[in-house]
Design a binder for this molecule. Structure first.
Ligand SMILES: NC(=O)c1ccc[n+]([C@@H]2O[C@H](COP(=O)([O-])OP(=O)(O)OC[C@H]3O[C@@H](n4cnc5c(N)ncnc54)[C@H](OP(=O)(O)O)[C@@H]3O)[C@@H](O)[C@H]2O)c1
Length: 288
């Protein structure tokens, strides 16, 4: 079976590339914007005709949450329009589309883990484009799976873990918000789950399946930063502050913990605790 990965130079794409050699039943083809610009319908169709994939894993997205407030058109083109184009092209060719979305589409005030069927209530341009992108997939796909994940980090690209490691080496003290609750997710764990589920998902006869995946347990960004510092043995004080004290252009949900019961019970996926996964990722990062 052939699997085409788009946006493969990003965090999730690189994590898939790292693990793929162990998944020998699949042949992977990796593309990023240079090889396949997913905003161009002719390019998508040409690529599909040439490579004939059985599945496409779309790791490409506009992910600059704050910058999206200044350039909504760019976020819309990549997160909404391109999702629709991929959905149409895969449907016309009976290809399974695997797409990634985010916990940021929610604004839950009940403080209960969020299930797949909860109504999105996006609070920022990025979140709105991701929520609308999901709708494009649902509307235009014959066979698709949407994985919603949260607070993704990895040894690749830019992310919170790398930022904290850099800041703590430069400063004796850092301030981090403690009133936004979610779950950090190691991109390697998500990539492994997607690859493990591929043989099953490829059998999906029709419709769009939504699955929530993040690591287990919850944290504030302050908890996350403190754990990074402690596990790395760094000498830096982490101080909790409120979102009000650290205003950013894009509004974030105060609580966005995904409920993972569906992926665990229906597909038997075991999910590591975020602290354990962080330890594994720091082990990799420290060797780089
Ligand atoms: N990062 C998070 O915290 C987070 C949390 C929840 C959900 N997610 C979702 O998870 C998915 C993967 O996120 P990620 O952090 O791995 O993203 P990422 O690191 O930003 O990677 C996205 C990749 O897509 C590429 N790309 C940009 N425009 C493209 C185009 N027109 N055609 C093809 N590729 C293009 C980017 O290239 P350039 O770098 O050159 O632009 C980049 O290599 C996304 O759908 C994201 O919304 C992310």
């Amino acid at each position: 079976m052939k699997v085409l990965v788009t946006g493969s130079n990003g965090q999730l794409g690189m994590s898939i590339k790292k693990l793929a050699p162990a998944f020998k039943d699949f042949n992977f083809e990796y593309t990023d914007v240079e090889e396949l610009d997913i905003t161009n319908y002719d390019d998508i169709n040409k690529f599909i005709a040439e490579t004939k994939p059985d599945a496409i894993i779309n790791c490409a997205a506009y992910t600059a949450v704050d910058k999206a407030e200044e350039e909504p058109d760019k976020a819309l083109l990549l997160n909404v329009t391109a999702s629709g184009l991929l959905a149409k092209a895969t449907s016309e060719n009976n290809i399974l589309l695997i797409h990634i979305s985010t916990d940021f589409i929610f604004n839950d005030v009940s403080k209960n883990p969020i299930k797949e069927d909860e109504k999105p209530e996006p609070q920022s341009v990025y979140a709105k484009t991701k929520a609308d992108g999901e709708q494009e997939i649902i509307k235009n796909s014959k066979r698709a799976v949407i994985f919603r994940t949260s607070w993704l980090y990895s040894e690749f690209g830019h992310n919170f873990v790398k930022t904290i490691l850099r800041l703590t080496k430069e400063r004796p003290e850092i301030n981090v918000v403690d009133d936004q609750i979610g779950t950090p997710t190691y991109a390697t764990d998500l990539a492994e789950t997607i690859l493990k589920l591929l043989p099953e998902l490829i059998k999906l006869p029709q419709g769009t399946e939504i699955l929530h995946y993040s690591n287990e347990e919850t944290a504030s960004w302050y908890d996350f930063a403190k754990e990074i510092v402690e596990q790395s043995g760094l000498d830096c004080k982490v101080k909790p502050i409120s979102t009000e004290q650290y205003p950013l252009p894009a509004k974030r949900p105060a609580y966005s913990v995904l409920d993972k019961s569906k992926i665990k019970t229906k597909y038997g996926i075991e999910i590591p605790d975020w602290k354990e996964s962080l330890g594994r990722s720091l082990g990799v990062l420290n060797k780089m």
